[in-house]
Design a protein around this ligand. Structure first.
Ligand SMILES: [Zn+2]
Ligand SMILES: [Zn+2]
Length: 195
């Protein structure tokens, strides 16, 4: 079927249904430009705000192409943390790190060389558990900044834990390599899970 046939068909159908003359408007294509990049010609529009976007600005979402501003607004709905969630995430991480860090360090050290191997295995697992507890404590709400609060809490908690272990038990955790491997892997895993 060629173009003329298609047009005829459309015209016939329209006349049948609407019983009104069909005006075939001549489409004059004015070049349009991206709202963010005025030098880039584009015909694409954000399906939320109808703003013109170029390929660089378009973000593919499950509901179609959108501009970066609209995607960010959508994310803010998704990142629905409340006022005390981040301080709570910080406090929970600090307490857990202050308790679990030294305990793990002292336990791992008692395994001598095997402690290194255990640290590599247990570190990510501990990070995962910490992330789950933080997530649960914050009522499953999320924020863009939660991972930073968690890592900050872990660092502060570990410093307190190192100090307490030294003061109370005389443990020198700062020279305990499995302790550092364990805590580093736990912190990076918690960060990655929550991000
Ligand atoms: Zn938009
Ligand atoms: Zn653009």
């Amino acid at each position: 079927m060629n173009t003329t046939e298609v047009q005829e068909r459309v015209v016939t159908t329209s006349v049948q249904f609407h019983n009104s003359p069909v005006v075939l408007a001549e489409v004059v294509e004015e070049p349009t430009y991206c709202a963010t990049h005025p030098a880039v010609a584009t015909w694409m529009r954000c399906n939320k705000c109808s703003g013109l976007i170029c390929l660089k600005c378009a973000v593919q979402t499950p509901v179609g192409y959108r501009c970066k501003a609209c995607v960010r607004v959508q994310q803010n709905v998704y990142f629905n943390a409340q006022r005390y969630d981040n301080p709570l995430a910080f406090a929970v991480s600090a307490v857990l790190a202050a308790v679990a860090g030294p305990v793990a360090g002292i336990l791992l050290d008692s395994f001598y060389f095997f402690g290194f191997y255990l640290a590599f295995v247990a570190g990510p697992g501990a990070g995962m558990i910490l992330a789950q507890i933080v997530c649960w404590a914050a009522g499953r709400r999320r924020s863009r900044y939660t991972p930073y609060f968690v890592v900050g809490g872990i660092v502060i908690g570990l410093l307190a834990g190192i100090g307490a272990a030294s003061w109370v038990g005389g443990y020198r955790l700062w020279v305990n390599a499995p302790f550092w491997i364990f805590t580093f892997l736990a912190a990076t895993t918690a960060y990655r899970v929550l991000r």
